[in-house]
Design a protein around this ligand. Structure first.
Ligand SMILES: C[S@@+](CC[C@H](N)C(=O)[O-])C[C@H]1O[C@@H](n2cnc3c(N)ncnc32)[C@H](O)[C@@H]1O
Length: 424
């Protein structure tokens, strides 16, 4: 199994994270760098379903995808959670492991948007070659005859450029070798990426994107993704032991993520995954993994406030569904009323309105000024993490920000995390 992603020589932004070199071996063909290793089919086994003990023993490359710019943070999380040989690549983090690690990554990792199992890589320059090669893939070891599938293809800088034709050839190969039906709304997605004539086949093992934790039924107009919120909390040094306060909490994303981290709850505990529909799935082993109890009493409370009563009600309902109502406190308040809760200092995490999406940036300047004034006046001993799409608005707070992180794509905008050290 190979991956065609080239890691940059250094990661832009996140200057406070340790820099580590990626360990992908370089291709000797002067093309994309590739990593070599057995595939999710089990060391190149061909045809037929592998017995379950064999399926669980197989090791292959697993790719945890994230928004560009967040790779170093995701690497830090993945390394901290003990996954094997993590390395940052553009758009995510690769690890090695088998199906249990795929399940665990989906269940445990907060910052990944989806988890892909690498199946095969091969060079391909015309459709007839793709037809022949796709038929040799031992699809039946991972796909089930009774479960509908779909294929998504992307082509870049390759002689095969028509992604629709590529998807259709691969789908035909699967239909004719496994007998599974193709469907637009299938629970299983095969992903094909052809880059510089190297075709990489992967399975999306997550299904619904992982920021959908299963508790956010109510949303405000501009919610942060839970995946991004968790990585920004990590970037601000949050480890689940100190209080957190979001004075513009919207649907409560930061507060609920923080409360889950404090209570040591797995982010994927409330939802299902695409891997449950694969031939490699072992229901009993998965049930045992899911049942491991990690919950603890949170060492500190997480607080949210918003001027909008509807947002407060939404946050409370979301926190209740997430099972962290006892670890969270929400109230209706405008930002000028924000005050530190009694007890030790902690982290203010805030994602104020940023104009381009929710109004005019110029008109928001007084709001950012008021936020900065309140934090500087009342929050001595606290740290601040502020997420905005407008650098001038961040600067309007007058807060002593450290060098910012890189801009990260989010809902058609590029947002940046601004952090302070401990306020004096
Ligand atoms: C971008 S949204 C926050 C989204 C939130 N991070 C989430 O993921 O749901 C900004 C929030 O700031 C709130 N807000 C705007 N002006 C405010 C003010 N003066 N005081 C308190 N909250 C305010 C809005 O009601 C809105 O919920």
């Amino acid at each position: 199994m190979r991956s065609a992603r080239r890691p940059p020589s250094r990661w832009p932004g996140w200057p406070w994270l340790p820099r580590r070199r990626c360990c992908c071996p370089a291709s000797d063909e002067g093309g994309p760098e590739v990593s070599k290793g057995p595939s999710a089919f089990g060391g190149g086994a061909r045809g037929g379903s592998a017995p379950s003990h064999r399926v669980l023993a197989v090791s292959f490359e697993i790719f945890l995808a994230c928004a560009p710019g967040l790779e170093p943070l995701l690497l830090e999380e993945v390394r901290g959670k003990g996954f094997r040989r993590p390395r940052a690549l553009p758009g995510g983090v690769a690890i090695e492991g088998g199906w249990p690690e795929v399940w665990r990554a989906n269940l445990w990792v907060r910052g990944a948007g989806r988890v892909l199992a690498r199946l095969e890589s091969f060079r391909v320059v015309h459709l007839a070659q793709l037809d022949a090669r796709a038929r040799k893939v031992p699809w039946a070891t991972v796909l089930r005859r009774d479960v509908p599938f779909r294929v998504e293809a992307v082509c870049a800088q390759s002689r095969l450029w028509h992604s629709g034709a590529v998807a259709q050839r691969i789908a035909t190969a699967i239909r004719e070798t496994v007998g599974a039906p193709e469907a637009a709304e299938a629970p299983v997605t095969v992903m094909a990426r052809i880059e510089r004539d190297l075709c990489t086949l992967s399975l999306d093992t997550s299904g619904e994107p992982l920021h959908k934790r299963g508790w956010k039924q109510a949303v405000n107009p501009a919610p942060l993704r839970e995946t991004m919120a968790s990585l920004f909390l990590l970037a601000c040094g949050y480890r689940g032991t100190e209080p957190v306060l979001d004075p513009m909490c919207g649907a409560g994303t930061f507060v609920i993520e923080a409360a889950e981290i404090a209570a040591r709850l797995n982010p994927g505990r409330l939802r299902g995954f695409a891997f449950e529909h694969l031939a490699s799935f072992e229901a009993e082993a998965w049930a045992r993994m899911r049942a491991v109890e990690s919950r603890r009493d949170a060492p500190a409370l997480c607080h949210g406030s918003d001027r909008d009563a509807g947002a407060v009600a939404m946050s409370e309902a979301n926190a209740a569904r997430a099972g962290v109502a006892a670890g969270t406190v929400f109230r209706q308040a405008v930002v000028s009323e924000a005050a530190p809760p009694s007890g030790p200092p902690g982290l203010v995490m805030v994602n104020p309105p940023y104009g381009t999406r929710l109004g005019d940036p110029g008109a928001l300047r007084p709001l950012y000024q008021a936020l900065g004034q309140v934090l500087r006046a009342r929050f001595a001993g606290w740290r601040v993490g502020l997420v905005t799409a407008e650098p001038r608005l961040a600067q309007a707070t007058g807060l002593p920000f450290l060098p910012p992180g890189p801009p990260v794509p989010h809902g058609g905008l590029r947002v940046t995390l601004w952090r302070t050290g401990t306020l004096g």
